[in-house]
Design a protein around this ligand. Sequence first.
Ligand SMILES: [Zn+2]
Length: 390
Amino acid sequence: MATVYDNLVGQDHASEILRAAVAASRASVETPETNQHGMTHAWLFTGPPGSGRSSAAVAFAQALVCGYQGCGTCNECQSAANGSHPDVEIIRTEGLSIKVEEIRELLTRVAWAPSMGGWRVVVMEDADRLTESAANAMLKAIEEPGTRTVWLLCAPTLHDVLPTIRSRCRHIQLHTPSDEAVTQVLINRDGVTPAMAQFAARVSQGHIGRAKYLALNEGARSNRSIIMHLPLQLNSLAAAFKAAQTLVDLATAAANAASEVRDEKEIAALQEAYGKGATGRGMASGAAKAVKELEKEQKSRATRMVRDSIDGALLDIATFYRDVMMVQAGSSDAIINTDMVDAINAYAAKHPHHSTVSKISAIMEARTNLAHNAAPLLTCEALMCRLAKA
Ligand SMILES: [Zn+2]
């Protein structure tokens, strides 16, 4: 039978802990005084990108409000997952930080008793983006005794969260799922053909979301193929600059396509909330101000998405050089990009091993610079010039 834990791909240990906590949470709803032995009010989900931190947290939230401990199909489960359950709040941050005003607003919302009598659950997908004052504001709520609110925080690693917060959380560590686990979930859950599922799982390196996107999206696959062939075209400086432009253009287009639809929907929803037809003076200026605020948020989100998209492309290119290095070390059977095997063999024969190693570190350096807000095109141009060297 399907359950919400099916979404935790390759995370058997975490699933086990969460199942036990859900079972214990039932007892503590009935007799709150036993709570210290069962349920915890604050949880921290950590794991590498794509390991499914927020999927795990959402599954746990579903199981906590479900009458059947997380069946995945009842009303409670479905509304919890899509954000319409009155007792489940999913905080997805698009901006670069979560500010103290947002946390204060959230705290007033979650102060009421849960409407269904069980738990009120807050899932925070990017707890690493809490500002210090926001984290401190939240801390008080987490510490409050006898509360019926459960906090599920997600972050890449423990060190991305303030010590004061993480010391009060029960920690769930997620791992990069194996290629086989990702392949199976693409076949069973998303109806992908076995061959495509294997390809998508292998080249996505355990990132479930990327694997699914690639398997279901032909445009994404053809963009990826263009990006993966860039290393083969770097035979002059002019070609290096061209390759950098291609990479940035493709990454930007992909990021913009994803955000445009969402931006328009958000603005429409906001105008609706303010009453588009309203002619009152105060109303109009309030709406204009809110739209302006939203547009500012959307701009910072778009910037971040472009950076994330370039970073993903650079990671893909790194797998090319990684494969070349494998061939040069005599381990041809460990290749990730099996669809490019001839090109990889030819490149490996033509270039010295030490240059492959320094090319991979050049890519990692460029990623670090991008993460520190270096200009994307400039960074990619400098990188491609280094990769163009023999
Ligand atoms: Zn259910």
